[in-house]
Design a protein around this ligand. Structure first.
Ligand code: GLN
Length: 275
């Protein structure tokens, strides 16, 4: 396989940290797999021309309102929507990035936030409230493989996925009726390959157990009956979102996992194009 270019949206927030961990992950992948000929290039994305070069994209944590505002001013908002929803290239959003990838976000004033969309979910921004601005919790992440040690997940004014939305053609109109909720505009996939890259259903990849959330909240009331816990990692086809910030640790396991997903997605696209 030739070289794969991964962009990191670098308008605001923790983009530099993602670049560092992606490089570490790429180095460990090639060490693990001496036969792999994957070449990675990681570039910071601030312009539509830079985005155009990318095969996959990371949206970092930071402040989603600021990121969307700067994206609109840099003429990047529409190209970002095209990237995720028309070309359907692999994309990963962490924290603020997850908010931007949601089709619906609550606790948002109309006009205060533009969404890219791509994940059929509603996020609740700042779910843990003011009293628990940030905390760290050891997480079991089954998608990383069996018998992996817990992942040190850092949550900072984190959103959670509070609802998985039914997949539908067009925008999430029912969501638009809700108070303080914004939705993403709809876009058509460019072709059948792109349509298939985004599965119809959202998979829940990880939850924060009620018990951990309660401990972490240090006294803030969180419904203890929530056996299922809060949804903090989801995937819909090749679009992936996490509530927490793997880029703020030195643990590159999620970055390595995601690069393997990107490899797979790019390989499938090339195979289809050749067929
Ligand atoms: N709650 C923040 C927002 O609305 C996200 C925080 C983060 O990325 N750490 O953008």
């Amino acid at each position: 396989m030739g070289s794969t270019t991964v962009g990191i949206l670098a308008l605001q927030g923790a983009f530099y940290e993602h670049v560092q961990l992606l490089k570490k992950a790429a180095a460990s992948l090639s060490a693990d797999n001496a036969g792999s000929s994957s070449q990675w290039e990681f570039i910071e994305v601030r312009t539509p021309q830079e985005l155009e070069r990318c095969d996959a994209l990371v949206l970092p944590g930071g402040e989603s309102t600021t990121i969307s505002l700067v994206a609109a001013r840099s003429n990047l908002l529409e190209p970002l929507r095209d990237f995720v929803k028309v070309h359907r290239k692999p994309t990963w959003g962490t924290c603020a990035g997850l908010i931007l990838l949601a089709e619906s976000a609550n606790r948002t004033k109309k006009g205060g936030q533009e969404l890219i969309g791509g994940l059929d979910v509603r996020v609740n921004r700042n779910h843990f409230g003011r009293q628990t601005e940030s905390f760290e919790a050891p997480l079991d992440l089954p998608f990383l493989g069996e018998e992996q040690p817990p992942f040190p997940a850092v949550f900072i004014r984190a959103p959670i996925v509070e609802k998985i939305l039914p997949h539908q053609e067009g925008e999430q109109v029912a969501e638009a009726q809700r108070d303080e909720t914004v939705i993403a505009p709809s876009r058509q996939a460019e072709d059948e390959t792109a349509r298939q890259a985004m599965a119809d259903s959202v998979e829940v990849l990880a939850t924060l157990p009620g018990r951990a959330a309660k401990l972490a909240s240090q006294g803030t009331h969180i419904d203890a009956d929530k056996e299922t816990g809060d949804i903090i990692a989801v995937r819909q086809g090749n679009v992936f979102g996490t509530s927490f910030h793997p880029e703020l640790t030195d643990d590159a396991r999620i970055h390595s996992w995601w690069l393997r997903q990107v490899e797979e997605s790019v390989r499938r696209r090339h195979a289809k194009q050749r067929a």
